[in-house]
Design a binder for this molecule. Structure first.
Ligand code: 13P
Length: 253
């Protein structure tokens, strides 16, 4: 079953309550853009308020702890995020892996916790420039998938993969369409190996890294790309909607 393209804005560590106006504008516009599934992942502090402002789009978190609660100062559990209104969480983003030393096993444990709390997950994988130059991009990503993905009875509905080459994040650089297609095909093969031939074909694989309105149509048309995880260009409704409209047009083409 072909799914609608999924366009997710990762606001990272951006946004105070002044940003709620952007969320409201994205939510309103998405009423007309029903061919696309839209979501934003604001910082923890805005999840509840964004959920109250926005009725149509998905609202998610950018991380969670792997335990339900306890003596973990400064951490937030999946149960708390669900309670605040998050329907999903991003996990294993390269900025978390680099800045907080998260390993594949940590990402998997967080994924198990999020699924158990009733949230869906977007698991991020991607190679560094050095790894790509060494010809290791596919093997690195395949290993990350094996180590990071949790067991799940219904992965097609609950788990999304985001392929985000580290060197393409926030740099304005993107892989070629062929390289994206090749990597997404390799990811699909890994998903078949992990989740089996029934579920894997229906799992969405997003591309992330310097997606903008200007390149969205081309990137979204690459083989096996089921949507985009957008950083900088998701911070204003105007630029994010440009990408969402491009996704809607890709569906019509
Ligand atoms: P940019 O779109 O700013 O390159 O960020 C991509 C990203 O990291 C989304 O998770």
């Amino acid at each position: 079953m072909a799914k609608r393209p999924y366009i997710v804005g990762n606001w990272k560590m951006h946004g105070t309550r002044a940003m709620l106006a952007e969320a409201r504008a994205i939510d309103r516009a998405s009423e007309r853009l029903i061919k696309v599934e839209v979501a934003v992942a604001p910082p923890f502090t805005l999840i509840h308020a964004t959920r109250k402002e926005a009725n149509l789009i998905g609202i998610g978190a950018q991380d969670c702890h792997n335990l339900e609660g306890g003596a973990h100062t400064g951490d937030i559990s999946a149960v708390m995020l669900k309670d605040a209104g998050a329907g999903f969480t991003i996990l294993g983003h390269s900025e978390r892996r680099a800045n907080h030393g998260e390993k594949d096993a940590d990402v998997r444990a967080k994924g198990e916790a999020a699924l158990a709390a009733g949230m869906n997950i977007i698991v991020c994988v991607g190679e560094t420039e050095q790894q790509r130059d060494a010809g290791k991009a596919t093997s690195v990503v395949t290993k990350m998938l094996k180590g990071s993905l949790p067991q799940c009875d219904d992965p097609a509905e609950r788990i999304t993969i985001a392929y985000e080459p580290v060197w393409a994040i926030g740099t304005g650089r993107t892989p070629t369409i062929e390289d994206i297609g090749d990597m997404h095909k390799a990811i699909r093969e890994s998903l078949v190996a992990i989740y089996g031939e029934d579920a894997a074909p229906d799992m969405r694989i997003l591309y992330g890294g310097s997606v903008k309105r200007e390149n969205a149509a081309e990137l979204l048309a690459a083989e096996e790309v089921g949507g985009a995880l957008v950083g900088g260009a998701s911070l204003s409704a105007e630029s994010f909607l440009g990408i969402i409209i491009a996704a809607a047009e890709t569906e019509e083409a």
